[in-house]
Design a protein around this ligand. Structure first.
Ligand code: SPQ
Length: 432
């Protein structure tokens, strides 16, 4: 991917944003559909698959592991070969910018009868992998960091694994999923207990594919050697992508936006609860609760006020905190975000980057050890934003630009390709 595209936004929207937007498929669910389809027997058909660079990296890795995957405009088809059907790749696997690919695939590779090396881009090669290396090693895996810095590239030599009860210090769906996937190949039951429940897409989809998996409180429990069978998966729209239009609809005066087919899984819907607690006018329409729940969201301009965001809600909105920062800068009063130290180890250090560039736009924001404090209401002005290899930074500041006077320059705007390739087209279509 090119890494130096610049987007210049001159925004002064007097008539507001209006119309409908249909959000592309959920990134987390799209990754999982490919991975679980690959280790299931038979064909998995996926509709509304996210054609973002991260999910394409997952497809590329599984093709290199010998899985045939057809990618057509209306659906993808994964011709799975069962739990033991992968074969050794002839080259290094490249996860690109995707933490989800890197961490989840490691759980599968740890149990194969071959060796692999797994790498990614400069951002991935800085993200912590000790969090998966530790539990997978406890299961008997042979997994090491090639540069001995606990980051990718990772070298993974497949081994026989044993079931463990892993008590994770972080609420991380990637850690939980890596251990559960390894647990499919173990010699006994595997349990993962989290301090706070993280997104549960793996548990829901693995059960749908036939795994013996259950949840007791904060613990997910999987039994080994299931007969996984290929399924049809219709991916809901990604609430993390919808979040930019929720913020735009609430903060740009005179706006009304209908956001269609958004996943509202309760382990992901913190943005809705926070936006409503800040005074946001959001109505849920057409709610559907079969499988992953979805709804259409009707969002209208609102006067927002600051709140405190902390505790168990944090994992349900962790990826939305950059755009919530922008909402807080537009709100009256102070927003305090705590318990979000995980922001430091995402595609960028999202505490430092948000503080640097929201300050550059004129906002009152201070970083803390585990979050930030933002006092809203100051007028924002345009600035030059470096996306720091982080798609969520590029999109968050593109929305901030709509609220600012003057020109905002987003360096690295092409990063929207990671999770939302049509982001700028969809945003443009809401203008009139
Ligand atoms: O895949 P990646 O790069 O880690 O993507 C991010 C994102 O902002 O898109 C995080 F940077 O989302 C993660 C999320 O933060 C996706 C994810 C998943 O699909 O399991 C879980 C979360 O990460 P974690 O570390 O809390 O497990």
């Amino acid at each position: 991917m090119k890494t130096n595209t610049i987007k210049t936004l001159h925004e002064n929207i007097t008539n507001g944003l209006h119309g409908e937007v249909t959000i592309p498929g959920d990134k987390s669910i799209s990754h999982r559909a490919v991975m679980f389809g690959a280790i299931a027997r038979g064909t998995t058909e996926v509709t509304n698959f996210l054609q973002g660079a991260d999910c394409l990296s997952t497809i590329d890795c599984f093709r290199r592991l010998g899985i045939e995957i057809e990618n057509t405009p209306d659906k993808i088809r994964i011709h799975g070969k069962g739990l033991h059907g992968l074969h050794a790749p002839s080259s290094v696997l490249d996860a690109g910018n995707s933490g989800t690919t890197t961490r989840l695939i490691s759980g599968i590779l740890a149990a194969q009868s071959f060796e692999t090396t797994l790498t990614g881009d400069a951002s991935i090669r800085k993200r912590p992998m000790r969090r998966i290396m530790e539990p997978l090693s406890l299961m008997g895996a042979d997994i090491s960091s090639v540069n001995r810095n606990d980051c990718a590239p990772l070298h993974i030599k497949g081994k026989s694994l044993h079931g463990i009860h892993y008590r994770s210090k972080v609420a991380s769906a990637q850690v939980k999923s890596a251990v559960l996937l390894a647990g499919l190949y173990a010699d006994g039951e595997t349990k993962v207990t989290e301090p706070v429940i993280s997104r549960n897409h793996s548990e829901i989809m693995l059960r749908y594919f036939g795994a013996d998996i259950r949840t007791e409180g904060h613990t997910a429990i999987v039994r080994p050697n299931p007969d996984l069978t290929g399924q049809s998966v219709n991916v809901p729209g990604d609430i993390s992508s919808a979040a930019y239009f929720i913020a735009a609809g609430l903060c740009v005066p005179n706006s009304e936006i209908l956001i269609r087919n958004v996943g509202i899984n309760p382990t992901r819907d913190g943005i809705l609860k926070v936006a409503q607690a800040m005074g946001g006018d959001i109505t849920l329409l057409n709610e559907k609760h079969d499988g992953e729940p979805t709804a259409d969201l009707l969002v209208r301009s609102s006067s927002l006020h600051g709140i405190t965001i902390e505790g168990d809600i944090i994992p349900t909105l962790i990826d939305e905190l950059p755009i919530i920062n922008i909402m807080a800068a537009a709100a009256e009063g102070t927003t305090v975000i705590k318990d979000a130290a995980e922001l430091k180890v995402k595609e960028s250090n999202r505490i430092d980057v948000m503080v640097e560039y929201l300050s550059a736009m004129g906002a009152d924001i201070t970083g803390t050890d585990d979050g930030m404090i933002i006092t809203g209401g100051r007028p924002l002005h345009g600035a030059v934003i470096d996306s720091h290899m982080d798609h969520r930074i590029a999109m968050s500041f593109s929305i901030a630009a709509l609220l600012a006077q003057g020109e905002t320059i987003i360096k690295g705007s092409e990063l929207v390709e990671i999770s939302y390739p049509s982001f700028y087209d969809d945003l443009h279509n809401l203008r009139r």
